[in-house]
Design a protein around this ligand. Sequence first.
Ligand SMILES: CC(C)(COP(=O)(O)OP(=O)(O)OC[C@H]1O[C@@H](n2cnc3c(N)ncnc32)[C@H](O)[C@@H]1OP(=O)(O)O)[C@@H](O)C(=O)NCCC(=O)NCCS
Length: 213
Amino acid sequence: MSETFTIINSTLDMVEELEAVQRASFPTMTEEELITAEKYAAQIERFPEGQLALVTDSGKIVASSTDFRTIAEAINFDHYEHRYIEVSDNNWLGHHQPDGDWLYGACIGVIPDYRRRGLSTMLYNARHNLVRRFNLRGQVTGGLLAGYGAYKNKMSVEDYVDKVIAGKIFDPTVSIQLKLGFTIYGIIQDYVDDPGCDNKAAFIVWNNPDYQP
Ligand SMILES: CC(C)(COP(=O)(O)OP(=O)(O)OC[C@H]1O[C@@H](n2cnc3c(N)ncnc32)[C@H](O)[C@@H]1OP(=O)(O)O)[C@@H](O)C(=O)NCCC(=O)NCCS
């Protein structure tokens, strides 16, 4: 029988398992940037609706999503160069604004054995539903240019992104986000400390078509 998957709000009793999912999903991320059990607990307390766990029918957590609310002035659409560690307040989500009109999608990770089964698509759609439920303007994030590390000696990041947009290169993260309706505003040169993406991300935006001013 094929496995079925459900998205639920993360709860405090899950935080150790969430840390294990995070470590398996981001093997090249630095210790400083990983979300630990203690930080998952803080995130759940700060914005419970924005913390999602994807579980199998046997109750195993195989993917998760971390989100917070923000305002356009904090993100600054004209000067979007920023660092993940700062915007996420070292993953404590201290900059969460309960009345913020944008969702910042901080992190989605699916453990390797469960990839290519549509699970991140489920989580992105759950985020879109969260945006609609709170009547937010949309969702922003830094989409890690996860495949760029392997190309950095062959082409500039600008050329790489052009090829990703044109569908000539598949980027393991940003190509999926483009499929899900995000648009690329620009390149964030120094978003994380991760050789896999040469520290780079795309600043991506999804506008809520149902937003009511
Ligand atoms: C990026 C990541 C979240 C994708 O999760 P996933 O559950 O495997 O993605 P999905 O199965 O929902 O795939 C989404 C789409 O991309 C396609 N896709 C996924 N990986 C692919 C690959 N390596 N090559 C080609 N297509 C791929 C899928 O076929 C699917 O397309 P479809 O909707 O047309 O069928 C996952 O690989 C991961 O956790 N990576 C490490 C952490 C990370 O980079 N997170 C994002 C941080 S911003």
